[in-house]
Ligand binder design. Sequence first.
Ligand code: AMP
Ligand code: TRP
Length: 348
Amino acid sequence: MTRVFSGVKPTGHLTLGNYLGAMRRWAEVDQYRADALFCVVDLHALTVDHAPARVRRLSRQAATLLLASGLDPERCTLFVQSHVDEHARLSYLLECVATDGEMRRMIQYKEKAAREQRRGGSVRLSLLTYPVLMAADILAYRTDEVPVGDDQTQHVELARDLAVRFNHRYGHTFTVPRATSPAVAARVMNLQDPASKMGKSEDTGPGIVYLLDEPDVVRKKVMRAVTDSGREVVYDRESRPGVANLLEILAACSGGNPEELAGVYESYGALKKDAAEAVVEVLRPVQQRHRELCADPGYVEGVLREGARRAREMARPVVDAAYRAIGLLPAGAGEGAAEEAVALNAAR
Ligand code: AMP
Ligand code: TRP
């Protein structure tokens, strides 16, 4: 069966971009067709300036929202990254396979490091090595497919490269994964700045629709979206990025196609109104279920505990195999280890 793995970082409140680009597919498609794991990648939230209490709160909230969006713990494994030591264990081995140059070429690193420096802050070393930890997340489960938004394809490519290199040098250990992205809304843009991604960590609130925004707040944000000069509604990402974004959001929420929808509207106002209502309707059941789950925090905790147990069981043998393959001496407990040590000595 196909193994699917994906994750979301608790660096801010989850957005419509997270939902349309990633989470919705996890809940509606992936968990039914594959052996799927979904992870709140909290270690990744420590790569930028963070407040401990906020990371804890956002981790719980992200897990709750993933359940609210339809993940079913009977069908998939939902867990928190830091509950499974294998991620950090494997990350170090992959740091010994990745190169410094490779890390510095990552677009997200360059953008985030530049932003941090403009603010006069320092760049954490973990921001540079972050894609290696992400590769470890993926490779520890012998993942076949990684359903993500467009912004993550370069990172998944790196995970592929590291898997191929490791296998080539040390013997076949990892499955080589590939990224999959949705047909529409693979990159939802900021409503106030359609040249940049709708990202949860940025502080430009009015252009970002959060999953927990009240319906009236959603309507206001969509109605105030920046549109382009010109009047007629056409779908062209290059010359009309604001309108194209609204068409994609509407298409993703209503099941249509952005080009066809463009022909239906005579004015930007009418398009915005329908897009706003479509978003409100998509978020309604998620918010309802979120309220119910918040009333039962013990349930969410139980799901995460069981998820971590299952994840650990899957990752352990893979990471142990990588330790052996790369040349680390097995810890001397048990007969198996002793036999292996004898065999290794004989081979030298
Ligand atoms: P992150 O918020 O960076 O942890 O992302 C979690 C998932 O949501 C990843 O698969 C991202 O690619 C996806 N995602 C985040 N923002 C957007 C966006 N604006 N449009 C589409 N997908 C997104
Ligand atoms: N880096 C991803 C993001 O910012 C989150 C992530 C971490 C992830 N580990 C992963 C996604 C493994 C897919 C698979 O969105």
